[in-house]
Design a protein around this ligand. Structure first.
Ligand code: NAD
Ligand code: MG
Length: 401
């Protein structure tokens, strides 16, 4: 085989390094270092909310210049753990943003939820190449984020598997011939469940995803199909297409991740194993390709690929997200905020699974949220706050008896 040189970025930052996507990103870096030596890539910064044990282990292994942790108590423990290393430790709510400001060549935005917005915007302002896993920052501030990227020469490389698939097969110079973009969804753990069965679904059942291994919030979103709804909004901003050019297909095998149809009838698709290391590696090396440790996909072993239209009667969250996308940016911001509150309440055992979509619906009915373009962080923060307040107030109506 031909020998290849190291193909990735020279300096890397990972925001949310202790999460599912963060750990997969470090696995990619580990395999690159094993192949090309520890000096091929320097880690500038790693961050986490509170998992000081894992962050300390990552820091000892990968030797970043800086680690940032939000939780103060965890920060004190982290500092003690790293006292002999010379690694700089930042503690508190600004530590993540401080990490995002450090000069780097490639940054993975892998914080979960709107909590990742501020640091993603900072990366955009700094002109950094952003490997974007944090879909919520596009959902709640898509216009703002994309305009900041344009202004500062920052580029978003989509990491969400479906969007990474579309990024790989969509020819930006042939947008005139684009008919539509299809995102696939596995259908989640409740794909074949009745509404009655879902009424008593537990958090443990909702996070037990049949195909992907992910953090708890996105796992619940996958079970309700809100995840696919958020991804429609994400795709609208990433690829600058309208709602009627975006479709969803249920595809339980999760082999085909995204499809692009052109006017001549051709459909181009990206296929791969259901392993986030594939889209992460694609974004890491783009426009090059690197080797991953993933088990290669065997289509012969899978045998059959199925596709069907999602059932929005059983999964109303998808329809709510589609309606928000059609209504405009403010409604998307509110949808995301209400969903975060609802998922948290469900995971804490305060509301049932069906109440997630019902609560989001109730919040969107409660206020107009009708401005089409949200262009400043202040506006986003205001809408997010109002929607969260409505969601918390209404939560009681949906609480378990
Ligand atoms: P996770 O819950 O496993 O990890 C989240 C990370 O964010 C952790 O490092 C945590 O410390 C950090 N974090 C959480 N709250 C924070 C806060 N308030 N401030 C600072 N840091 C905070 O989540 P995940 O599954 O890795 O998902 C991360 C993002 O990637 C989400 O937006 C998700 O939708 C997206 N995504 C994930 C997958 C997947 O396979 N896990 C696939 C596609 C997209
Ligand atoms: Mg996805």
């Amino acid at each position: 085989m031909m020998t290849v040189d190291y193909q990735g970025p020279a300096r890397v930052t990972i925001l949310g390094s202790t999460g599912s996507v963060g750990c997969s990103t470090l696995d990619i870096i580990d395999s690159q270092r094993a192949a090309f030596g520890d000096d091929c890539v320097e880690i500038i910064a790693l961050t986490a909310r509170s998992n000081h044990e894992l962050l300390a282990r990552q820091a000892r292994h990968f030797r970043p210049r800086f680690v940032g942790i939000v939780d103060e108590e965890a920060g004190a423990a982290l500092r003690a753990r790293l006292a002999d290393t010379g690694i700089e430790v930042g503690i508190g709510p600004d530590a993540v943003n401080e990490a995002a400001q450090r000069e780097t060549d490639w940054a993975m935005a892998a914080i979960v939820g709107a909590a990742g917005l501020q640091s993603t915007l900072t990366l955009a302002r700094c002109g950094t190449v952003i490997a974007l896993a944090n879909k919520e920052s596009l959902v709640c501030a898509g216009a703002l984020l994309t305009s900041l990227c344009k202004k500062n020469g920052s580029r978003i490389l989509p990491v969400d598997s479906e969007h990474n698939a579309i990024f790989q097969v969509l020819d930006p110079n042939r947008k005139d011939a684009l008919v539509n973009i299809t995102l696939t969804a596995s259908g989640g753990p409740f794909r074949n469940w009745s509404v009655e069965q879902m009424r008593t679904a537990t958090p443990a059942q909702a996070v037990a995803h049949p195909v992907w291994s992910m953090g708890s919030k996105i796992s619940v979103d996958s079970a309700s199909l809100m995840n696919k709804g958020l991804e429609l909004i994400e795709a609208r901003h990433l690829f600058d297409v309208s709602s009627d050019q975006l479709a969803v297909l249920i595809h339980p095998q999760s082999v085909v991740h995204g499809l692009v149809e052109y006017s001549d009838g051709s459909i181009l698709a990206q296929l791969g194993p259901a392993d986030m290391r594939v889209p992460i590696a694609s974004a890491f090396a783009w426009p090059n390709r690197i080797k991953t440790r993933c088990t290669p996909l065997s289509l012969a072993a899978i045998g059959t690929l199925e596709f069907s239209i999602p059932d929005v009667e059983r999964f109303p969250a998808l329809a709510l997200a589609r309606a928000a996308l059609e209504k405009g940016d403010a409604c998307c911001t509110a949808l995301n905020a209400a969903n975060e509150v609802a998922v948290e309440a469900f995971l804490a055992g305060r509301i049932g699974f069906l109440a997630i979509a019902a609560l989001v619906d109730a919040v969107l009915q409660a206020a107009p949220f009708d401005s089409d373009a949200v262009h400043s962080l202040e506006e986003v923060v205001d809408i997010d706050k109002v929607a969260r307040r409505h969601a918390r107030e209404k939560c009681a109506q949906f609480q378990h008896p």
